[in-house]
Design a protein around this ligand. Structure first.
Ligand code: NDP
Length: 334
């Protein structure tokens, strides 16, 4: 990699974030997982979940709201069913800790359901989903993300979080296809970034505290609410995600945890559900090749921007030139 003055290497960024997290009370292993996750998002251009999130992690650690040294309890309650009690720690380190158990379950039974509870998830889903796809697995994940922010039509107050859902599949001879989006018109992180830049949002993004449409991110964030994607359809996806990621896992529903969280909390102790599949168990050992043909057909038909494309381009550029140093990165380097 060529070192440019306004760029930083991935490894240096991971180390800088790790150092901050450990100083705030995270164990070295938790800090490594979280720092790698943040730096991965930054490197690939998911800026709403990159270095921007470090301050929130530090806040939860220093005020003792999340336990940065928690040791998750991992229970295999069926051949394919893994229940994880994160014990008020963060979700990604708990998932990483369970990874050998998950791999074993998928190898033996073809599927693993991973139900996490009492875990704070404060990031994008795709880094973990992509890792499964790179091992030849199909993976999906969803989060009851804890911040009451989404007002479906008809509701007079926020009832859902931005409830992200992600999916990843391997593709023969190509990078995995990985998508990951909030089921709201805009993620909470992007709204905060737009507010910081003084920019407006399109009509339909959200409502103010009186329930009226607004283009002002502050009015949406402070007392208003974000609209779901696709009107009632997005609201129903959120319903499913809360039901599975909180109800089924035994984690808290967003409406419960938001009320319990201390003022100004950035992370929320909720639940997440992941499902990992061995695609060859479908009796179709040509799965990867068939997906490749399908993807080629989509590109040929003009769908020339598929999920992951943007991130893989950013990743290649970062490998070559380093990650652009933003003011946020500068602030954690000092
Ligand atoms: P985006 O709108 O940024 O992206 C949605 C997905 O669509 C991405 O996979 C993206 O691929 C893909 N995509 C974007 N544009 C196109 C296009 N034109 N054609 C095809 N695919 C496209 O998602 P959100 O802003 O809703 O969410 C951002 C992140 O926020 C997610 O990673 C989500 O997990 C995270 N999040 C986390 C929460 C939490 O509590 N932990 C809560 C809410 C959100 P690509 O990646 O290549 O751009």
């Amino acid at each position: 990699m060529t070192n440019e003055p306004d760029r930083i290497s991935f490894d240096d960024l991971v180390s800088a974030i790790e150092e901050k997290l450990v100083a705030a009370g995270a164990s070295p292993s938790v800090a490594e997982v979280l720092a790698t996750n943040c730096a991965t998002c930054e490197r690939d251009g998911t800026l709403s979940h990159g270095v921007f999130r470090v301050a929130g992690y530090l806040d939860s650690l220093t005020r003792g709201w999340a336990d940065g040294a928690a040791e998750p309890n991992i229970d295999v309650v069926g051949p394919s069913y893994i229940r994880i009690d994160g014990r008020n720690g963060f979700a990604q380190p708990a998932l990483a800790e369970a990874r050998p158990t998950i791999d074993e379950a998928v190898a033996e039974s073809g599927v693993a359901v991973i139900a996490l509870r009492s875990t704070h998830h404060f990031s994008a889903l795709w880094p973990d989903l992509e890792a499964f796809a790179r091992e030849g697995r199909v993976a999906m994940g969803m989060i009851a993300s804890g911040k009451l922010a989404v007002v479906p039509e008809g509701a007079t107050r926020p009832v859902f979080s931005t409830n992200p859902f992600g999916f990843a599949t391997p593709v023969a001879g190509a990078d995995p296809i990985v998508f990951d989006f909030s089921t709201s018109s805009m993620s909470h992180g992007d709204l905060q970034l737009l507010r910081a830049e003084g920019r407006d949002v399109p009509v339909g993004t959200g409502v103010d505290s009186t329930g009226a449409d607004t283009t002002d991110p502050s009015a949406i964030l402070d007392g208003g609410g974000i609209r779901p994607i696709g009107r009632h359809k997005g609201a129903l996806l959120s319903f499913m995600i809360e039901t599975l990621a909180a109800g089924l896992t035994g984690g808290a529903f967003t409406y419960e945890i938001d009320a319990e969280a201390p003022d100004g909390a950035h992370t929320f102790r909720t639940g997440q559900l992941f499902i990992v599949l061995d695609p060859e168990r479908g009796g179709n050992d040509a799965y990867l090749g068939r997906v490749r043909e399908f993807v080629d057909m989509l590109r040929d038909a003009g769908m020339d921007r598929l999920p992951g494309d943007r991130r893989y381009v950013n990743r290649a550029e970062a490998a070559d030139r380093g990650i652009p140093v933003t003011d946020l990165i500068r602030s954690i380097l000092n």
